[in-house]
Unconditional design. Structure first.
Lengths: 345, 444
């Protein structure tokens, strides 16, 4: 230990291990400070499946419904069944048999939509998540009793508890024993640990292999544009341009011209140095672009503006001269002048 | 200078290309015809450039000097934070339409089809947020370590940046990457099929050092809970073996601070493990002796098997590879030589071997791998290919340092079915048509 301490500079320079042995560099104990009890209480809000961390409290189904309608239904639907914004939480398809077995049988059936309540094996998860993250736009605004009530309402929607049920810290464990999919999770796989055993193995064959080469699935032509025009999502020069999957190239090109003429070429204005003296609206060092665009609306002003930008000038808007703008290249000049003369709002 | 400014005069640049005598003459007597001819002589070289005559074999882009060769360029700090060329505007993160219905709990995909090498530019790193992303003031950010420790601790960012740090290159792949493709082909390009994959050099403090500093309970501790500071206060259970082996509490990404979308100012880095465990905006690590079964370990990120059970705490990203170019949605314009290129990686170690097939897996040949080949990082591979206009089925297959070989889709589906959502590491097939169009396909 003492030799470690003396060797600190060398140790720092030769640090190749990832895992720290029992020895810490000298002075490291000064970094960081003990957490206070109230600091830990403010952040350590997690609840484990064995209910370690669960605060005392209670709430009933009716109270839960009231809070639900006010704070949850807009995303999840009145009965937790909405599929509009998030996948459904509950669809009323859990059976008494599922609750008895602790296995939701319909999870085997590809035709049945999977809801949250069909999957969740641990009651603590619902409590923990609602308390830490809900509602969506105001997380951590619910009281602990409100969370008990909401969990009770959700369980009631899934026929796990009756209408008059009161959920509390004292009956969480017995309620857990009715969770419909409590036995539905498996830890029998190799994906938890780096050294876990794989369940699937590929083939090492390299020549004349027995490989099926019939195309069994592909995107039909009508779906090729579902992600937009692929030609505009791939580098458009080079060896592999993207496929044009939009309707009509000509129409789109025409539409783009209009859009480009109306939108301010902000990148060009910034890169060219224009925005150092001009702003979108109102005088800065020079006149605002709004005033310039009113004064020079119309193609007949294009040549004049090109010359002014390229060569500078003075005396049009006041005594402050406009310097030549060499950083505005040909493309930028064209964009800027087209915008200034477009006369469109 | 001061007196010039006071007089409101612009001072001409020194005219060092003219003789001192001539300058003095002009200053004294002005420009007369004789002196003007002397001036013109000084500019003779510039004036001699005549309009070029274009011959049949001449490339006008060479012969006609472009504007950028004949003009003054832009000044320094025109972009104080540099931006890609405007000609690269297509290469951005994109959402898959219809995948999610709220942009705060959504995904944007990395444009793998147009990237090179083994590092993802930070601005193109894929995004997956569960309740939106936040801008955190680093002065007000804290990391707490509590649970089975001798002393629960609080660190400021200043504390963390003073600690011994390491920089490591690792891939980061979402457990749901390629999840849309379990049942059938659903997306057109590699951006959407494999783009929840990125790689960066991360800089930070080893978790093992922080746990040591807090005096964690070696006998009882088996897991960590990582928790974010965003609205969702995202939580995931981390295997302590991973945490002690090579996990980092990272603040750096590719030489700069993390981007806000990637967890600024602090995120967990758990090499080889799926992205959801790399908790962003990290505020707390709790040492525990049993997993927490958090929302994203129970309702999501559980892998449904054909018998109706869900595999829980599936974390490791097994070996996987994909050809990124040419790939779906692209088109080969000409016959001849092409450099088939792509990425291979393994959450269990290094990439040992990559093989490429152009006939749908009947015949394979070894690809050339670029170094450095690092553990739990992306390895770039290349394979020469001469395309003579025939239909081709392009595939890549990786073998990692544990001997694990990437499975075909049929091999994977046989065990796991098609409804798992997560951990699809099957061999990808791109079909090149006789017309050069490249399409995403599955074979059977």
């Amino acid at each position: 230990m003492s030799s470690w301490v003396r060797a600190v500079p060398l140790w720092l320079c030769t640090m190749t291990m990832t895992s720290w042995a029992a020895a810490l560099p000298e002075g490291l104990v000064d970094l960081g400070r003990p957490a206070t009890e109230s600091e830990i209480a403010a952040w350590d809000i997690d609840v484990r499946p064995d209910f370690v961390g669960l605060p005392p409290g209670s709430g009933d189904v009716w109270a839960g419904e009231e809070i639900w309608l006010a704070q949850c239904a807009s995303c999840h639907g009145d009965f937790g069944d909405s599929n509009e914004i998030f996948a459904p939480l509950v669809l009323g398809n859990i059976t008494e048999e599922d609750i008895g077995n602790g296995r939701v049988d319909s999870l085997k059936d590809p035709a049945v939509a999977r809801t949250t309540l069909m999957k969740v094996s641990t009651l603590s998860t619902l409590w923990d998540y609602i308390y830490r993250a809900m509602p969506w736009n105001a997380p951590k605004s619910l009281s602990q009793d409100e969370v008990y009530a909401l969990v009770a309402y959700l369980l009631n929607l899934g026929y796990v508890v009756d209408d008059d049920f009161v959920l509390s810290d004292t009956n969480m464990a017995e309620t857990q024993a009715r969770m419909p999919n409590r036995n539905g999770m498996s830890l029998d796989h190799g994906l938890w640990s780096v050294s876990g055993a794989p369940d699937v193995s590929g083939s090492s064959c390299t020549a004349d292999c027995d490989a099926a080469v019939t195309v069994t699935s592909y995107l039909p032509a009508y779906a090729m544009n579902a992600h937009g025009n692929l030609a505009e999502q791939v580098r458009d020069w080079g060896p592999y341009p993207g496929l044009w999957t939009a309707a009509e190239p000509e129409q789109l090109a025409a539409a783009n011209v209009v859009v480009e003429a109306v939108l301010a070429p902000e990148a060009a204005l910034t890169a060219g140095g224009c925005s150092g003296c001009h702003q979108m609206a109102g005088q800065l060092v020079g006149p605002g672009f709004d005033a310039i665009r009113v004064k020079y609306a119309g193609q007949e002003h294009a040549a004049y503006l090109r010359d002014k930008i390229a060569n500078g000038g003075a005396g049009v808007w006041g005594s402050m001269p406009m310097p030549p703008m060499p950083a505005v290249d040909d493309d930028a000049l064209q964009q800027i002048v087209a915008w200034l003369t477009s006369g469109e709002e | 200078m001061a007196s010039d400014a006071e007089q409101g005069q612009l001072r001409p640049a020194p005219e060092s290309f003219l003789s001192k005598d001539l300058v003095e003459d002009i200053s004294r007597d002005g420009i007369d015809p004789a002196r003007r001819s002397l001036l013109q002589g000084a500019f003779a070289a510039a004036a001699s450039m005549a309009a070029p005559v274009l011959m049949a074999d001449d490339d006008p882009d060479i012969v006609n000097l472009p504007s950028w060769t004949r003009s003054l360029g832009k000044p320094v700090v025109a972009n104080p934070y540099g931006q890609p060329s405007p000609y690269e505007a297509n290469i951005v993160r994109r959402q898959s339409p219809g995948l999610t219905r709220t942009d705060q709990s959504s995904v944007s995909f990395t444009p793998l089809q147009n990237l090179f090498g083994m590092i993802t530019p930070s601005g193109l790193h894929f995004e997956r947020h569960h309740q939106g992303w936040v801008d955190i003031d680093p002065r007000r950010h804290r990391l707490m370590i509590n649970g089975l420790v001798e002393t629960p601790l609080v660190f400021t960012m200043e504390d963390l940046l003073r600690m011994p740090s390491v920089s490591r290159i690792h891939f980061l792949e979402c457990g749901a990457n390629t999840g849309l493709e379990w049942g059938n082909v659903a997306v057109p390009t590699v951006q959407y099929s494999h783009g929840m994959l990125s790689a960066s050099e991360f800089t930070g403090v080893p978790v093992s050092l922080l746990l040591e500093r807090a005096g964690f309970d070696r006998k009882r501790a088996t897991v960590l809970l990582a928790e974010g500071a965003d609205g969702s206060s995202m939580t995931r259970t981390i295997n302590l073996d991973n945490a002690l082996d090579d996990a980092l509490v990272a603040y750096g990404q590719n030489g700069e601070m993390l981007r806000p979308e990637n967890g600024y100012p602090l995120r967990l880095v758990v090499p080889g493990v799926q992205g959801v465990s790399w908790v962003k905006w990290l505020r707390r690590l709790e040492v525990g002796d049993a997993p927490w079964a958090t929302k994203d370990e129970v309702a999501h990120y559980v892998d449904l098997m054909p018998d109706g059970t869900h595999r829980q705490y599936t974390s490791i990203q097994e070996a996987k590879s994909v050809i990124t170019a040419p790939s779906g949605g692209q088109k080969l314009l000409k016959q001849g030589y092409y450099d088939i290129t792509g990425l291979a990686w393994s959450g269990r170690g290094t990439v040992e071997k990559v093989e490429v097939s152009v006939d749908g897996g009947r015949n394979w040949r070894g690809a050339r791998m670029e170094g450095p080949i690092l553990p739990k990082a992306l390895t770039r591979f290349h394979c020469d290919w001469v395309w003579q206009g025939e239909e081709a089925l392009l595939q890549a297959r990786v073998t990692d340092s544990t001997g694990y070989i990437q499975p075909s889709r049929a091999q994977l589906v046989e065990i796991r079915g098609t409804r798992s959502i997560y951990h699809n590491n099957a061999i990808q097939t791109w079909r090149v048509g006789a017309d050069g169009e490249v399409h995403n396909v599955q074979l059977g």
